[in-house]
Design a protein around this ligand. Structure first.
Ligand code: CA
Length: 225
């Protein structure tokens, strides 16, 4: 994942950055609240590790403004141990998770891995729309053309990933990493099979196909051109 570390203690920030990089993530550090907000909106990282006490703007304010700016990055708040009110405030403001400081680096890496498995699932309560296809994410409910569709959990996850970025072409390997992460010996041809199943459910009864094959690259979800 692409991770923005917002932390004003340089030693801790360096330590966290090095650990994340060792675990295969891309990670940058910002120490200042206002600057971190600008960078997050500009770069749209997958995850923001957000300290609360920061120079120029605190973590809660950064989080609120990120959400106002429709930044979909997952946010892991770094809170003071024992400060339950901080955690509740953070989660209410749209944080995806929190971690109490001081934390063991392994604990942080485990939390980040859990968030990565969620694959950038949008904030709870959100829904996704393209043409007459509607996904209610928290309820995992899919409607096309007024009809409710029965999707398996993996079919739903696959559709959700593609629907978050209509028009973007997803390589099979990326879809594998987003939906089937951690499954050993996964054959990317399984994705072709899932796409076929999704097409039967989503597109077969509609005049406008939304799932498109991009030859030698992968798949995209968009209105027909
Ligand atoms: Ca701090």
């Amino acid at each position: 994942m692409r991770i923005l570390i917002v932390e004003d203690e340089p030693q801790l920030a360096r330590h966290v950055r090095a650990a994340l990089i060792r675990h295969g993530h891309a990670a940058e550090v910002e120490a200042d609240g206002v600057r971190a907000l600008q960078v997050a909106v500009r770069d749209q990282p997958d995850l923001v590790l957000l300290d609360i006490n920061l120079p120029s703007m605190d973590g809660f304010e950064v989080l609120a403004r990120l959400r106002q700016a429709k930044c979909a990055a997952m946010v892991l708040m770094l809170t003071a141990r024992g400060e339950v009110s901080d955690r509740i405030k953070g989660l209410k403001s749209g944080a995806d998770d929190y971690l109490a400081k001081p934390f063991a680096i392994d604990e942080l890496i485990a939390r980040v891995a859990t968030l990565a498995r969620r694959g950038g699932a949008p904030l709870s309560g959100s829904s996704l729309h393209l043409d007459d296809l509607h996904l209610n994410v928290p309820q995992r409910h899919v409607i096309r053309g007024g009809r409710t569709l029965a999707l398996s959990p993996r079919e739903f996850d696959l559709l959700q990933v593609m629907m978050q970025e209509p028009g973007r072409v997803f390589a099979r390997t990326e879809l594998r990493d987003r939906v089937w992460q951690g499954e050993p010996d996964f054959d990317v041809r399984i994705i072709d099979m899932f796409i076929t199943r999704l097409r039967k459910k989503i597109d077969a009864d509609s005049e406008r196909a939304l799932i498109h094959t991009v030859r030698n690259v992968g798949y995209t979800l968009r209105l027909p051109s």
